[in-house]
Design a protein around this ligand. Sequence first.
Ligand code: OAD
Length: 249
Amino acid sequence: MSSPATLPPALLDSLRRAGRVVVLTGAGISAESGVPTFRQAQTGLWAQYDPQELATPAAFRRQPQLVWDWYAWRRELVAGVAPNPGHFALASMEAYVPTFTLITQNVDSLHQRAGSRHVIELHGNIARVKCSREERVVETWPATEERPPRCPDCGAFLRPDVVWFGEALPAAVLHAASEAARLADIFLTIGTSGLVQPAASLPRLAAGNGAVTVEINIEDTPLSPRMDYTLRGPSGVILPMLVERAWPD
Ligand code: OAD
């Protein structure tokens, strides 16, 4: 294990030499922006709810208004926060690396707002909504008091365009992420508990195909024992240091 003050020179060297760098991020990278992670207590009105129980198709069937309102609250929360130094460091890393792929489980757009351009969103994006029956993304719908609002075409409820527990990831998205992992020279896993599949299997796929693996997290995860390097600490501190030391110019 390494502290940020002692970033291993061999890791810095591998980063500088890598043709393909792939990064997988989770809720932890947005924690320093003020977005609560999934396994952290929620705040305010929503403190009594477990996100893992709200983010399911069954919850939406049972209590569509509650689930819609939770996402409306999260959408507002995310719109009111800013990317942190961890997001910005990844955006700048993209400029130094010949082929850089950022895979995120986050639905908050903070990577894009920090300037990252090639982002694979595994779990969708909270800013979009789709028809719960036909899955089609819906841009506009008639103003209504009803929550959730209805699809203008078929009348079914609209829902956030995110992947819920128990739902499959879009095939093309998963394929793109898996291909990137397979080809990676270095694979960095940042701020994810490594508990949710199939995202959690990407570091292993990369390692199995020869990538150097790195974890950045404030604590140990089930992925830690398999990593070549584990950097313990907040990603908003470690990532800027990593980029600055790997590419000092
Ligand atoms: P989790 O909430 O499960 O895990 C967040 C991880 O970030 C934990 O391992 C923390 O230790 C770590 N962490 C917290 N603050 C950090 C910081 N400042 N710097 C570095 N690490 C930090 O979030 P995910 O792993 O993203 O899926 O969860 C995966 C998926 O499960 C989510 O995308 C969501 C979910 O419930 C769906 O909604 C389908």
